[in-house]
Design a protein around this ligand. Structure first.
Ligand code: F6P
Length: 327
């Protein structure tokens, strides 16, 4: 039996994602609206272990909805992998009578929440906050839309200079093991090739088509590569191409952490607000150890365990679109 929730903690963990602040704001304001005390835990699980916990008021989250990063800071916390770390974290929550926890982060953060909630009697609710869009059970993750738009804007700019010089460009985007950022940004920028971990690339075919362009002296070609692709990212793809096409002008551009920063898009602000609101209400309703997802525009509460066990797939439809529009 889960006790009535009266005091809740909220933290952001793992890689930051634009929209995390909007989610914190929604959690704090919804919590206070319902008469709960809300505590911000700094630097993710690390702050829970170090007792770096502050009381949040309505005004603590004023003027943050438009800001990237996270006002609570974030970390990838090794100590939380150890039982002793989790025990210390639990003791710190208990000392303040915090009896509900909201974790905003990606699948690594959810793994931590699953372990924590199995060992200690504290209900945890997850909010999918990651630019990678690699969480099973939700159509949206907080940060993806902004990141992919940042990538599109940057790739459009690269295309201008690529065209001017008749060059091949290999652009690497983030996503860890997931190819969503590459897939969406590649399609949206009309990339000639998109390399993602979810789909095998026929590299010989790609080289043959580039060599053909080279013969026709039309060697302008945009290749978007997910950092987790089968070859190991843009630099590795560059090596392969350079060996087969030593005279071609090939440049590599790794977009990197700019994809994680910046003001969140309207969509990210909205889904973060919606998810944050429902996370608090679901804790009050007695839900525990689930994450708040949105599917077909409806809220879904998916056991955190399922989210970490299942891998997100890219639909056959998208794979066909990539095959036909950019292989
Ligand atoms: O999970 C978000 C993400 O940005 C991945 O796309 C990327 O692989 C990773 O984090 C980079 O992590 P860090 O900032 O710790 O280098």
């Amino acid at each position: 039996m889960v006790n009535k929730v009266t005091k809740i903690g909220v933290l952001t963990s793992g890689g930051d994602a634009p929209g995390m602040n909007a989610a914190i704001r929604a959690v704090v304001r919804t919590g206070i609206y319902h008469g709960l005390e809300v505590y911000g835990i700094l630097r993710g699980y690390q702050g829970m272990i170090d007792d770096d916990i502050i009381k949040m008021e309505t005004r603590s989250v004023a003027n943050i909805i438009q800001r990237g990063g996270t006002i609570l800071k974030t970390a990838r916390c090794k100590d939380f992998f150890e039982y002793e770390g989790r025990q210390r974290a639990y003791d710190n929550l208990r000392a303040r009578d915090i009896n509900g926890l909201i974790v905003i982060g990606g699948d690594g953060s959810f793994r931590g929440a699953v372990k924590f909630s199995q060992e200690f009697d504290i209900p945890c609710i997850g909010l999918a906050g990651t630019i990678d869009k690699d969480i099973y059970g939700t159509d949206f993750t907080i940060g993806f839309d902004t990141a992919v738009n940042t990538a599109v804007e940057a790739i459009d700019k690269v295309r201008d200079t690529m065209d001017a010089h008749d060059r091949i460009f290999i652009i690497e985007v983030m996503g860890r093991d997931a190819g969503y950022i590459a897939l969406h940004s590649g399609i949206a920028t009309g990339a000639e090739n998109i390399l993602i971990p979810e789909r095998k690339t026929d590299i010989n075919d790609m080289i043959a088509s580039l060599q053909e362009k080279e013969r026709r002296k039309k060697l302008v070609n945009l290749i978007v590569v997910a950092e987790g692709d089968e070859f190991g990212g843009a630099n590795e793809v560059h090596k392969i191409l350079k060996e087969k096409m030593p005279h071609a002008e090939i440049r590599v551009c790794i977009l990197g952490h700019i994809q994680r920063g910046g003001s969140p898009s309207c969509l990210d602000r909205l889904i973060a607000s919606r998810m944050g609101f429902h996370a608090v209400e679901s804790l009050i309703e007695g839900r525990h150890n689930v994450f708040v997802g949105i599917m077909n525009n409806k809220m879904h509460y998916i056991p955190l365990e399922n989210a970490v066990k299942n891998k997100v797939k890219i639909s056959e439809e998208w794979l066909r679109i990539v095959k036909i529009l950019a292989s």
